[in-house]
Design a protein around this ligand. Sequence first.
Ligand SMILES: C[S@@+](CC[C@H](N)C(=O)[O-])C[C@H]1O[C@@H](n2cnc3c(N)ncnc32)[C@H](O)[C@@H]1O
Length: 170
Amino acid sequence: MIYAMLALIIILSLLIILMAPFPVVGFFIGAPYYPSNSRKVKKMIELADLRKGQTVADLGAGDGRVIYEASKKGVEAHCIEINPILTLYSRLKFRKIKNIKIINKNMWKVDLSSYDRIFLFCLSKEMKKFEKKLQMEMKPGSLVISNIFKFNKWIPVKAQDSIYVYKVTK
Ligand SMILES: C[S@@+](CC[C@H](N)C(=O)[O-])C[C@H]1O[C@@H](n2cnc3c(N)ncnc32)[C@H](O)[C@@H]1O
């Protein structure tokens, strides 16, 4: 009986590890993994108006596709991702790109004060809480580029193709 239970626990643990990149697990740890399509990624980068020397982050970076495109503009580009499998995948994929940093961390625990641009694609229920964190921590003039979801009170300075750009003012 004990061996059967142990075997079941091992099988379940393996299943969770293998399923980690997929929406079912993401659902329990925050926004599920649902990658932006290439048209959206291109548009987000265009709207972000990136300049060499800036530091940018994608909060909940998934497989790092937004950050990869951003890195081509000469910025210091950070993937912040809670899912260890997606983190490992990006680390392997981008290991030779010097200006990409992969950080396996809960985005709520990241200090955002050094970022000039933040990319977001998270659940609408989290946007209200995020509005406060971003406005409090980011420097004036920095931009937040949100795919699909809008903030509660903050008025976007640009909106195209369901992508909203917000400017921090203090
Ligand atoms: C909708 S996907 C977006 C992926 C990527 N930004 C894109 O546009 O393709 C959301 C990602 O956020 C990650 N995530 C959810 N909650 C998180 C948290 N608290 N901290 C860091 N990452 C988180 C999920 O694992 C998932 O990869």
